[in-house]
Design a protein around this ligand. Structure first.
Ligand SMILES: Cc1cc2nc3c(=O)[nH]c(=O)nc-3n(C[C@H](O)[C@H](O)[C@H](O)COP(=O)(O)OP(=O)(O)OC[C@H]3O[C@@H](n4cnc5c(N)ncnc54)[C@H](O)[C@@H]3O)c2cc1C
Length: 488
């Protein structure tokens, strides 16, 4: 059923050069780029009552900082300086510390720590083994290229079988200690592979097996300082605005969920949840793929069909954090005084990641993904606590942490249930094409956000996509101004 939209002239519109839907990292960057290029008449509509989207930091009454969403700014190709967010943090004077756990500590149910780089050693070798069988050559491919090749030539590949074959093949040279672990890894990867999710980018595998992700910068005051610095810069009046005393409205509107998007003769018209209408020649939609796929913003064909087509190759992954503020005295050794990450891989559950805080910011966070995340989001506080204890007990140095958390329920996240995100991050489906840059749906209408970049699912992906969207809109607006000037 199509929604009725009142186009009568009696309803007033608020005009702008560009409307950006969503005040996450992507949306804010798009608006900042426009401002940098001299376009100040930009409106950012945000559904929630806060900015930042999936970057969300809360503080306990004792001042303990908890990142509910993004946690690290990761090195790119091993270099933290190459992450474009790093330069922004320096420019905004946001203090950060480097979490140098380039190798995770990985624990299995036997409680023994093993230093293994899962992704490069295990997943890589399974993929390489499979590719020699199915593609019949062993070219020098990156992990991602191998997975895409495999998806093309063997879309129904059952990883468990590949691993079985591999384990029985003496030429595969698997170390005896790894033999037990391969089937577990294969089981986990297979679940996601057959679910149509790119195995390298499924739930927690993103964090655990991704070379893009070896530790990174942690913002001492929490990741949300970053979008706040952007918002401050955006709302700062420019010299021209100060001179003209033209600053009369906030550029970011909170509690204004876009409900309808319509193309009119005057441009793109958005109607928000409060019935307010905004119109602009350019519009960028930055909500998550989950929000767009769920049809939360009503559109009519042919725009709806074009948007649906642009996002059909994505799925939203789940991720949940359960954080316990704990007694600072828990962090007794020097090792515990720095942030540390432990991967816990129990036989019957997919991996969980435990992140410890430090003596100054004393927290223990259990981060889980996939089906576990969805289950835990809906579980009772008691069950959530029991799950966390189960995970913590596999790590000898954290065994006592479960006593430290005896008192309270964890502080939890709900990214999949949350109607403004409908998932934690996007993944491209196996063999799907996805988009590597902001996507022009139609003249003047853009899609941007973490999904629309080479690596989906990161703060830097969102930042780059937003910047490119802002740049593209600024280019188009400049041309439009020139055409209008010539016509006069
Ligand atoms: C638990 C978790 C851990 C993570 N860890 C990391 C990490 O350590 N490092 C890293 O780099 N990345 C991490 N990420 C990913 C990172 O947070 C995201 O990729 C990034 O923040 C996405 O930014 P975005 O602007 O594309 O989308 P969002 O942040 O989702 O912004 C979109 C905005 O649109 C708003 N919106 C939705 N619907 C509407 C509507 N109808 N009208 C108006 N506004 C609307 C939303 O409220 C939101 O503010 C993590 C994510 C999660 C969930």
């Amino acid at each position: 059923m199509q929604e009725h939209i009142d186009h009568s002239a009696s309803r007033k519109y608020e005009h702008a050069d560009a409307i950006i839907v969503g005040a996450g990292v992507a949306g804010l960057n798009a608006a900042l780029k426009l401002k940098e290029r001299g376009f100040n008449d930009v409106l950012v509509l945000e559904a929630a009552d806060r900015i930042g989207g999936r970057v969300h930091t809360i503080k306990t009454p004792n001042g303990v900082v908890i990142n509910q969403g993004a946690h690290w700014t990761h090195p790119l190709d091993g270099k933290i300086a190459d992450n474009p967010v790093t330069a922004d943090l320096t420019a905004y004077n946001i203090p950060s510390v480097f979490d140098d756990s380039t190798q995770l500590s990985i624990f299995f149910s036997d409680g023994v720590e093993r230093k293994v780089d899962f992704r490069s050693k295990m997943l890589n070798s399974v993929c390489r083994y499979a590719i020699t069988h199915y593609v019949k050559e062993t070219p020098e491919l990156t992990m991602e290229e191998m997975e895409h090749q495999l998806a093309k030539v063997a879309p129904n590949l059952i990883f468990e079988n590949v691993v079985k074959e591999m384990v029985n093949d003496s030429s595969a040279q698997i170390e005896p200690a790894d033999q037990k672990r391969y089937p577990l890894l294969a089981k986990y990867i297979r679940q996601n592979w057959t679910a149509g999710v790119h195995p390298a980018h499924c739930s927690l595998a993103d964090v655990l097996f991704d070379p893009h992700n070896p530790g990174g910068l942690i913002l001492s005051g929490g990741m949300e300082q970053y979008p706040h610095a952007m918002a401050d810069e955006l709302n700062e009046p420019t010299e021209i605005e100060v001179k003209a005393e033209a600053i009369g409205r906030s550029k970011i509107r909170l509690g204004c969920a876009a409900k309808h998007l319509t193309r009119t003769n005057d441009g793109w018209m958005i109607e928000d949840q409060n019935g307010h209408r905004y119109i602009a020649p350019y519009c960028a939609l930055s909500p998550s793929i989950g929000v767009l796929q769920n049809g939360d913003i009503k559109m009519q064909d042919p725009i709806k069909a074009k948007v649906d087509d642009a996002i059909k190759d994505y799925r939203m992954g789940a991720m949940m954090k359960m954080t316990f503020p704990i007694d600072p005295s828990f962090f007794t050794s020097d090792k515990d005084r720095v942030n540390h990450r432990y991967c816990v891989m129990l036989d019957d559950v997919e991996p969980a990641l435990v992140i410890t805080g430090n003596a100054k910011n004393s927290t223990v966070t259990v981060l889980c993904g996939g089906e576990n995340a969805i289950k835990m989001e809906k579980a009772s506080a008691q069950d959530q606590k029991a799950y966390c204890k189960h995970i913590l007990q596999a790590v000898p140095t954290l065994k006592q942490a479960h006593d430290a958390i005896n008192g309270g329920a964890p502080i939890t996240t709900d990214w999949s249930q949350n109607k403004f995100t409908r998932g934690a991050y996007s993944t491209k489906v196996v063999g799907g094409k996805g988009q590597e840059a902001p996507y022009w749906v139609e003249d003047g209408l853009l899609l941007c956000g973490e999904a629309f970049s080479k690596f989906t699912g990161y703060v830097d992906s969102a930042m780059e996509s937003g910047e490119k969207a802002g740049e593209a809109m600024a280019e188009a607006l400049t041309k439009r101004q020139q055409t209008m000037a010539r016509a006069m």
